[in-house]
Write a new protein. Structure first.
Length: 276
């Protein structure tokens, strides 16, 4: 089977089309292929499928074999692959995901996709939607006991659950030590992604992410969107925010009606064949 290695600002994926893959169990394949020492190496699998609800369907399988509802960097890679490999011939189309219908718009240069803007939908703030075992209508400041320390977090559902920790200096973010403890805290019944956020000014933030099911990654698209939304909700920024990641920047637009637009690049690295 032909597969393509791609990345969105360092968040990398093994991308392939499987017209018969709607109900296949890819968990063991993800664990094997995503291993960075004995496999191709990736944060997850991105699978292209036909859809009866949208123009095309995406499945995301994390490196640990779990299936994710959505992935912001993954969907940009998906959209670029779908157009560049002629799975679809439109520059604006719909993608079915477990988080709902997503709507990418492509910027084309030289016949190929240069960048992708994705309508990510609207955030859900209710603890019941996230889900999170707390009372109230919106989780902007919640104290958690993490390894003997009080950690103040904000949480939101934007495709997948995201929890933000605002810090003064992104270089001190305890992504790999504290991140997994927040991810698996019992207050989150379905676990959570964890984003550490430094506010530079009212239109610029820096983000580092511990991803549920993938660990520390170089970039997280939904995490960048969630961080921009919660920075705005807490009064730190406006609605147009550049999110600085390890390898580049995503632009997030949090519109007045609540819609979140994410714009950024996706790149193809190489193609190969895998025996299955």
């Amino acid at each position: 089977m032909k597969v393509t290695k791609m990345h969105g600002l360092g968040n990398d994926f093994i991308v392939f089309s499987d017209p018969e893959g709607a109900d296949k169990d890819y968990s063991q394949a993800a664990i094997k292929w995503c291993d960075r020492r004995t496999g191709i190496g990736a944060d997850g699998l991105v699978i292209i499928l036909p859809s009866d609800k949208a123009d095309i369907r995406m499945r995301i399988i994390n490196a640990d074999g779990s299936e994710a509802e959505m992935c912001g960097n993954g969907i940009r890679c998906f959209a670029k692959y779908a157009y560049d490999h002629k799975e679809i011939d439109k520059t604006a189309f719909t993608i079915e995901t477990l988080a709902g219908i997503m709507k990418p718009t492509l910027t084309i240069e030289g016949g190929q996709v240069k960048s992708v803007t994705v309508d990510m939908g609207k955030p859900f703030f209710s603890p019941q939607d996230i889900p999170m075992k707390v009372d109230g209508h919106k989780v902007l400041q919640q104290s958690l006991q993490i390894d003997g320390q009080n950690v103040e977090v904000a949480s939101v559902l934007l495709g997948v659950p995201h929890t933000e920790v605002f810090i003064d200096d992104i270089t001190t973010a305890p992504v790999s030590s504290q991140g997994p403890l927040i991810e698996t805290h019992p207050i989150f019944p379905r676990k959570t992604n964890v984003n550490y956020v430094e506010v530079v000014n009212d239109h610029h933030i820096k983000v580092r992410t511990w991803e549920r099911g993938a660990g520390a990654t170089l970039a997280c698209g939904t995490g960048s969107c969630a961080s921009a939304v919660m920075a705005c909700e807490r009064g730190y920024t406006g609605r147009e925010v550049d999110v600085e990641l390890y390898l580049g920047t995503l632009h997030i637009s949090y519109q007045e009606d609540g819609t979140v637009l994410m714009t950024g690049p996706a790149q193809e690295v190489f193609q190969t064949h895998i025996d299955i």
